[in-house]
Design a protein around this ligand. Sequence first.
Ligand SMILES: Cc1cc2nc3c(=O)[nH]c(=O)nc-3n(C[C@H](O)[C@H](O)[C@H](O)COP(=O)(O)OP(=O)(O)OC[C@H]3O[C@@H](n4cnc5c(N)ncnc54)[C@H](O)[C@@H]3O)c2cc1C
Length: 288
Amino acid sequence: MFTLAYPSTPEEAVDRLARAAPGETAVLGGGTDLLLDVESGRTTPTELLSLRKLPWRYLRWERQSLVVGSTLPLRALEVDPKVRTQLPGLWEAIVDVGSPALRSRATLGGNIGRCSPVSDLLPILLALDAQVRIVGPNGRREVPVDAILQESRRTTLGSADLVEAVVVPAAAPCTYLWQRVQPVNDISQVGVATAYAPTPPHWRIAVGGIQPRARRLVEAEGLLRSARPSDFEAELAAQEAARRSTFVTDRRATESYRRRLVSVLVRRAIQRTLARVPPVAGGPSSSP
Ligand SMILES: Cc1cc2nc3c(=O)[nH]c(=O)nc-3n(C[C@H](O)[C@H](O)[C@H](O)COP(=O)(O)OP(=O)(O)OC[C@H]3O[C@@H](n4cnc5c(N)ncnc54)[C@H](O)[C@@H]3O)c2cc1C
């Protein structure tokens, strides 16, 4: 049994969390992950702290970035035409999460808080170098998403920290590709995100479906030295990505199948992102 609390300000929510005993209070975003854990007894809070009344259900553009309030349902991002055109990789990651009903509840804050190794959103947030705005007992701070993720259900967020918003740089052409057993209401076996950041010129590659968490593959990125890598360079980077990733065999896929998927999807994602890089991006010239 648990009670539900609805704080109306971030400060009230943080204060409540700071005063709670360990494990007593759980933060409730859309509940698509947390309520399953409560139902199965994996977690046994006596209080659920709903974020529903906090003013964090927004989407706005600040200079070259998209700022997403942490409690905005994914569906709002999916139907926003500017998100689709400016951040096609983010849109591709969102549009196939679960089902339309699930996306009407699930949030970015909850996806980060859950830190699932098979999350579809974490690879693209990593590839775009998204920043996370956090509010906690010591006030507000902004950290890269990479600094928050640890392993499944574990982040570096403090027990009274809340994700307030996610800032996604929008100047980088990007792509997200996944492979699943079933296209709808299933979890990805592997997901790959690529982005080309023009200033300073840099390719980023991030992979999900590996252990213990989604992560950037900087060794593979290092093989993409120009704005317009050749097919050969893309293939080399893809092979390096597969070589550097750690996979498990589970009911969704074997280790060797996942490794093969990473190599195929990384190559395709680089090529798709390349097709999205404007010809006059100002990056280094094409490789021969
Ligand atoms: C049938 C099904 C299909 C799914 N398919 C996919 C899929 O295709 N791709 C995918 O990536 N995920 C998928 N998921 C997982 C899930 O929907 C996502 O992880 C979702 O984004 C979680 O958001 P939420 O708001 O529901 O989180 P919640 O369940 O509310 O919370 C999840 C965790 O984050 C914490 N939390 C929530 N909000 C915050 C916050 N603002 N600050 C700090 N901590 C917070 C909670 O305390 C909890 O620990 C699926 C889940 C189900 C049940």
